[in-house]
Design a protein around this ligand. Sequence first.
Ligand SMILES: *[C@@H]1O[C@H](CO)[C@@H](O)[C@H](O)[C@H]1NC(C)=O
Length: 181
Amino acid sequence: WVHTGTYQCLYRVSEPAETSERSDPVELVLTDHCFPPPGISMSPKERVGMGTNITIRCSNMYQGATFLHKDGHSVPIQQQDPDGGGTATFTLVGVTPADNGTYRCSYHPKGFPFLSSPLGDSVALEVTPTPPMAESHGNLLVAVLRVCAAALIFCLGVFFVLNARNLWIRRDGSPAGEKVK
Ligand SMILES: *[C@@H]1O[C@H](CO)[C@@H](O)[C@H](O)[C@H]1NC(C)=O
């Protein structure tokens, strides 16, 4: 515990006697297995369409900063404070196949900013490449259907005009059939 905390560097030169500014900080955080791993839930579950908003909830009783991790990433991808009930809510807005993967939570117990719980259970996200029937896509479908209907009506019209013309020509201009009579 005594080694946890924030570290920064600076340097001094003697001629002329000057001190540099401090570096960016690094944090030394210890994972403490005395703290139970957080719970996790995801909605909607399992396979979702592209563009869906995904909610991941992480719960713990220690009320500290809560972190969302994605397997394969060395640092947490999001951080949230929990609500009064000890649940932190993370949102992945408009997911794409790039969001596919395995997600886990951890937390820093309140009052121990440099101690971390172990990572908890995982949830798996699988985004299907087909977009959901969102409003804009619904509108697009309606537009496509309208064009198709218009084309169909136009074709039917042309068909009837040509048919009528053929009938007219046969009755009027082609005596071949008449001669048989
Ligand atoms: C997803 O969340 C964003 C931002 O909160 C919102 O603007 C959008 O309407 C949501 N989309 C859906 C499909 O719920």
